[in-house]
Design a protein. Structure first.
Length: 262
């Protein structure tokens, strides 16, 4: 898979994940009324993160927002915060990813800068996906706990009558949130993998200097000089004060011995 294809696919998958997180946060069906063992079916209740709704059998639906913040459970507010943080990080990741696409040239931006931006957007998508999955899972855990507690205390004796409590189960928004978080997570991983292909290749071979064990000796090459046959006097080349040893009759040089200086 080429780098460009992996980057574009990661961008599209992450976009679907961020869009799904926004849709799931805005939906009102995070928890729906469990109609099993419910004697009254003319009224159907469901709740979201921002309001609770009641739908009658005639088709009339009435929704009432939560006018209080301090009166809501702490876990409920934590779910809200996680979903909002995930959406904000996802949108920022999309903005960064648009400028980091390899198929889009903006000025003289180098591949190393695009690689850093791709990695940044990938990390944002991963964190956004984890926030969405965590928020939905926390809300689902709250529903499971309340469901079994309501089942245990479903029938309570009150003045000789039985009071039936409403139980709530998973709504469609939870499944949308799980899928959206997974898509954002996969898109972020693909962006991180595409970052490796955008890094420019660097030379792995570096110059090595070799030094002798003693003094640093430098060898310099030059053109080969051919002798012309006309050379200066050897005495002049060897310096002043140099005298050549006398030759004997057979042509050999004779050097003074130590007895000649006595």
């Amino acid at each position: 898979m080429s780098t460009t294809l992996c980057q574009v696919m990661g961008f599209l998958v992450a976009s679907l994940g961020v869009g799904g997180s926004i849709v799931a946060t805005a939906m009102d069906t995070w928890s729906t009324q469990d109609l099993y063992d419910n004697l009254v079916t003319a009224v159907f209740q469901y709740q979201g993160l921002w309001r609770s709704c009641v739908r009658q059998s005639s088709g009339f639906t009435e929704c009432r927002p939560y006018f209080t913040i301090l009166g809501l459970p702490a876990m409920f507010q934590a779910v809200r915060a996680l979903m909002i943080v995930g959406i904000v990080l996802g949108i920022l990741g999309l903005l960064v990813c648009v400028f980091a696409l390899k198929c889009i040239r903006i000025g003289s931006m180098e591949d190393s800068a695009k690689a850093n931006m791709t990695l940044t957007s990938g990390i944002m998508f991963i964190v956004a996906g984890l926030c969405a999955i965590t928020g939905v899972s926390v809300f689902a855990n709250m529903l499971v706990t309340n469901f079994w507690m309501s089942t245990t205390n479903m029938y309570q004796g009150m003045q000789g009558m039985q009071n039936v409590q409403n139980r709530y189960t998973f709504g469609s928004a939870l499944f949308v949130g799980w899928v959206a978080g997974g898509l954002a997570l996969v898109g972020g991983i693909m962006m991180c993998l595409a970052c490796k292909g955008l890094i420019p290749e660097e030379s792995r071979y570096k110059a090595v200097s070799y030094n002798t064990s003693g003094r640093n000796i430098s060898y310099r090459t030059g053109p080969y000089k051919v002798g012309s046959g006309y050379e200066a006097d050897p005495k002049a080349r060897k310096g002043a004060g140099y005298e050549e040893a006398p030759r004997s009759e057979d042509g050999r040089r004779s050097y003074p011995s130590k007895y000649d200086y006595v």
